[in-house]
Design a protein around this ligand. Structure first.
Ligand code: GLU
Length: 295
């Protein structure tokens, strides 16, 4: 089977240290296997978009020697695909209209004390239909009450019961925006992606995405979740402190930043032209794979 990998940044700012690790990791795993590497702009969350960030991310990828295959895909131009997937889910009874407001969800007794409403377990209020007179707001996917298991290329065996961890989750938001979880599954399937390498912050989204793949009858890719970049205190480096605006990227900075990203991925590579550093990392990755005992 030929490998198709991808990098799917949200153009909400320039490439930062964390997203560079995801870009390099997905590129390495795809290229080491002789596969394709696609780039997709996840630009659905309009309130968070930064104009020009897409071009800045692409220019940075080129500077780091990360060449992609084919045209860059923009999710904002693919709404019909998400509408179609949602229609199929509805026909199968896999989604339902939810009339709950944020405040109601926050008050719901069964919710744990998480500050982010996205992290609370949905209490199931509208699962069996909206109360009379209630307008629909978001659309939710019925979380299957089963353990979803997968073998991650980096972190190993993972199991999650979506019903217990998140409950019925949003696939179309109250503001009409298709949720990341649905769009990512639809696009990875439509683009024939077979290998998803991305940051470990998305590990907890994977079981939800596999549940959606099963409901839509599309294949599940192989997943690999690479380490997050953390500061000295172990906190995740965010967009603000890890941002790498292009004007700052002179040649020596590109080399040292790429060396850091490769180190986070477990590859010690001497600073050189980015293409050479990436080729060295591919050799190291291949050597590592050959050392692994056969499954
Ligand atoms: N767009 C997502 C992000 O930038 C990543 C999506 C993915 O790799 O699945 O966090």
């Amino acid at each position: 089977m030929s490998i198709i990998g991808r990098f799917a940044p949200s153009p909400t700012g320039p490439l930062h240290r964390g997203s560079l690790v995801a870009a390099v990791g997905s590129w390495l795993f795809a290229r080491a296997a002789g596969g394709l590497w696609l780039v997709r702009m996840e630009d659905l969350d309009t309130p968070r978009l930064v104009p020009g960030a897409d071009r800045e991310i692409l220019a940075a990828l080129r500077l780091y020697g990360l060449e992609w295959d084919g045209e860059v895909v923009y999710q904002s131009q693919r709404i019909a695909l998400y509408e179609d997937a949602l229609r199929r889910l509805r026909e199968r009874g896999a989604v339902f209209d939810c009339g709950c407001s944020r405040a109601e969800l926050q008050r719901a007794a069964s919710a744990p004390a998480a500050s982010d409403p996205q992290e609370r377990i949905y209490p199931g209020t509208c699962r069996d239909g909206l109360a009379p007179g209630r307008p629909p707001r978001a659309i939710r996917f019925r979380a299957p009450a089963e353990v979803i298991a997968f073998d991650d290329l980096v972190v190993g065996h993972v199991e999650e019961n979506v019903a217990n961890e998140t409950g019925d989750f949003v696939v179309k938001r109250a503001d009409g925006v298709f949720a990341y979880q649905l769009a990512v599954v639809v696009d990875d399937a439509a683009q024939g992606v077979t290998q998803i390498v991305r940051g470990a912050d998305l590990l907890s989204s994977t079981a939800r995405q596999i549940a959606l793949q099963r409901a839509l009858g599309v294949p599940t890719p192989v997943y690999g979740h690479v380490p997050l970049v953390v500061d000295e205190l172990g906190n995740k480096i965010g967009k603000r402190d890890g941002a790498l605006p292009l004007p700052l990227l002179d040649e020596s900075r590109v080399r040292s930043t790429l060396a850091d990203a490769l180190k986070t991925l477990g590859f010690e590579v001497a600073p050189a032209k980015p293409e050479k550093m990436l080729a060295d990392a591919i050799s190291l990755l291949k050597a590592r794979e050959n050392e692994r005992p056969p499954a």
